[in-house]
Write a protein that binds this ligand. Structure first.
Ligand code: GTP
Ligand code: MG
Length: 218
């Protein structure tokens, strides 16, 4: 009776909690609003505590990803509450403002705050991508970000990659999010493979411990 149902039955759905952190007024909320609703405003309204947004992505014909974005107020900087907010996150975007060097200097502190308070189920650090935001404000002719220096900075701080972004001009935000999702998905596959290997090894060990037919008792 239900054989001709038009609904595909083998859709895989993933829900990922992703943190967006960084100093005050670096553009975290603006980046999320641009990414999720494609809107931008120059009015600054500081986030209090934490805010949430959901972005649903049709990743492939049979895979849907729900990104639960946790927009954590810059004023929560290393407060006792970040441990609560970070719980069960699988990735993070760390944002700084290219016009304010102090917000860049704070990036390693945000990264180590993350590493001490959250990790993946296997114990590894969660994947982190750095967003150098407000690149639209870099004055024309002024030195742009030194790519090599930025790459080195990321490597030294255990950050996977950096992107120069602008929430105002909608630059590079989609690319950064896509890169982060690919990293999350790769880790998910690795973790599943590891678990399958562990299960197979365990099954082998159980078989070895079984008494053979000859040794069988009465
Ligand atoms: P907190 O919630 O206080 O931690 O700040 P936030 O990081 O969420 O910053 P928010 O997104 O509220 O942006 C702060 C200010 O920067 C606002 O006035 C935004 O309009 C502005 N802004 C954000 N992103 C950009 C950008 O890419 N370019 C420019 N020119 N302004 C931006
Ligand atoms: Mg905010």
């Amino acid at each position: 009776m239900y054989e001709d149902t038009p609904y595909p039955t083998d859709i895989r759905e993933y829900l990922y909690k992703i943190l967006v952190i960084g100093d005050l007024s670096t553009g975290k909320t603006s980046i999320i609003k641009r990414y999720v609703h494609n809107i931008f405003s120059m009015n600054y309204k500081s986030t209090i505590g934490v805010d949430f947004a959901l972005k649903v992505i049709q990743w492939s014909p049979d895979t849907v990803i729900r990104m639960q974005l946790w927009d954590i107020a810059g004023q929560e900087k290393f407060s006792g509450l970040t441990r609560v907010y970070y719980k069960e996150a699988v990735a993070a975007l760390v944002v700084y403002d290219v016009t304010r060097p102090k917000t860049f200097e704070a990036v390693p502190k945000w990264k180590s705050d993350l590493d001490t308070k959250v990790s993946l189920p296997g114990g590894e650090p969660i994947p982190v991508v750095l967003l150098a935001n407000k690149i639209d404000l870099q004055e024309e002719g002024s030195a742009s970000l030194d790519e090599e220096e930025m790459d080195r900075f990321c490597e030294e701080n255990g950050i996977l990659k950096w992107f120069g972004t602008s929430a105002k001009d909608n630059s590079n935000i989609d690319d950064a999010a896509r890169f982060l999702l690919e990293e999350i998905m790769n880790r998910e596959v690795e973790h599943a493979n590891q678990q399958a290997q562990d299960a197979a090894a365990m099954a082998g060990r159980i078989q070895l411990n079984q008494p053979s037919a000859k040794e069988g008792c009465c």
